[in-house]
Design a protein around this ligand. Structure first.
Ligand SMILES: *Cc1c(COP(=O)(O)O)cnc(C)c1O
Length: 382
């Protein structure tokens, strides 16, 4: 049996896979089992911050693998402590809880909001329509898209969905006296690369302050340099009470973090939450390497590359518009996005889709040469 056949027979049929078995990767370049080469504009869905098998990252991770692997959270370990310190010092936050995925990071945020509101009898968590927060039962409930609320009910109650950009709905929700927290993505990723307005986000933060509601930002996709700032909220001059991140944090290893500010830093106590694998030394070492390399210079490069892609594609035939920030871009196209993704794959370019858009999430350190080649392939297929 070849890879595709074995996968078809034995892997749960939950993914609509592209018809390719990738075998080897280096930076923004992949080779499949037939020896065909690809340029990668997807980074494993914003995970491989510095591409596949980045040499510096491999050294950092293997050094930790050769020193000490998993220990459990019964003991202290340097990589986790150092990573938590880095995350807090770079963001003005106070404490970090580590899990292994975006959904787990958000699950932690939801638990913090519920316990925060407990003493005042407030349990409603507000999220936005067209959001995406994960695939567990609670994070599906938090996700503001009807299609995610099919088949798996009953879902936990206490979620309310509002329309992004509608300041009246936002004000009504946050002043109702029922709400303990609001969770939102600064750029909705899976929902179609929708950038929230600055005035809307700032109003949300202000209403949260005035009404003792936790302002929580889902940075699972927008975090770790993806948008040209270390975290997406930094474009908005706001400070979250809680933010979550995952995808690109450990540069290719599974890691999620729920990062907690002053207002909620002592909400969770001993025994309130936990994770067997969370913050393990291997993944933490990968994340320390990633964060230490997301310098101002690197972030400026991300912004410049994002602008370059926009310039190249803005007036290209077949393009109706471009949304996004930094190297998180959504392209509205005349042709169906799924057809473009399939055609690009055939021509040797890996791209993603989100809703009706073509979505680009290239590695942050992709070379201009690879960018140029990838854009040329994309243009041919638009
Ligand atoms: C991908 C994503 C998640 C879920 O992350 P998993 O690691 O798949 O659990 C949650 N929120 C946002 C914004 C995401 O993009």
């Amino acid at each position: 049996m070849n890879t595709k056949q074995a996968d078809f027979f034995y892997v749960a049929n939950t993914y609509g896979r592209f018809d390719v078995a990738l075998q080897q990767g280096s930076g923004a370049g992949y080779v499949d089992e037939d020896g065909k080469a690809y340029i990668d504009f997807g980074s494993g869905i914003a995970v491989n911050t510095f591409g596949s098998c980045d040499p510096e990252w491999v050294v950092a991770v293997t050094a930790q693998l050769n020193t000490m692997g998993h220990t459990s959270n019964l003991y202290y370990s340097a990589p986790q402590a150092r990573l938590a310190q880095m995350l807090c010092e770079k963001t003005g936050m106070k404490k970090v809880f580590f899990g292994n995925s975006g959904a787990e990071a958000n699950e932690c945020a939801l638990k913090i909001a519920r316990k925060y509101g407990e003493s005042t009898g407030r349990s409603t968590i507000v999220t936005l329509k067209s959001s995406f927060h994960g695939r567990t039962i609670a994070t599906l409930a938090a996700t503001g898209q009807d299609k995610f609320h099919e088949h798996f009910g009953p879902f936990p109650g206490g979620f309310e969905y509002i329309t992004p950009g509608d300041e009246d709905e936002l004000t009504a929700a946050l002043t109702s006296g029922q709400v303990c927290g609001i969770l939102m993505e600064m750029v909705q990723g899976e929902g179609g690369v929708n950038v929230l307005d600055k005035s809307y986000v700032q109003l949300a933060a202000k209403l949260c302050r005035e009404n003792d509601v936790l302002f929580m930002v889902d940075e699972v996709q927008t975090g770790n340099g993806r948008t040209g700032k270390l975290f997406g909220f930094m474009h908005y001059d706001v400070q979250p009470d809680v933010f979550t991140t995952a995808k690109g944090l450990a540069g290719g290893l599974p890691m999620g973090a729920c990062v907690i500010g002053e207002k909620a830093e002592n909400v969770l106590g001993k025994g309130d939450h936990g994770s067997t694998f969370g913050g393990n030394p291997i993944c933490a070492a990968g994340a320390v390497n990633v964060l230490s390399r997301l310098t101002d210079e690197m972030l400026e490069e991300v912004t410049a590359k994002g602008e370059y892609i926009r310039q190249e594609l803005e007036n290209a035939p077949g393009v109706n518009g471009i949304t996004g920030l930094g190297l998180m871009l959504g392209i509205s196209t005349e042709k169906p996005n799924t057809q473009i993704a399939a055609d690009c794959l055939r021509s040797g370019l890996l791209v993603l889709t989100a809703k009706d858009k073509v979505r680009l999430l290239p590695p942050l350190n992709i070379s201009f040469e690879a960018l140029k080649q990838g854009i040329a392939i994309l243009k041919e297929n638009l």
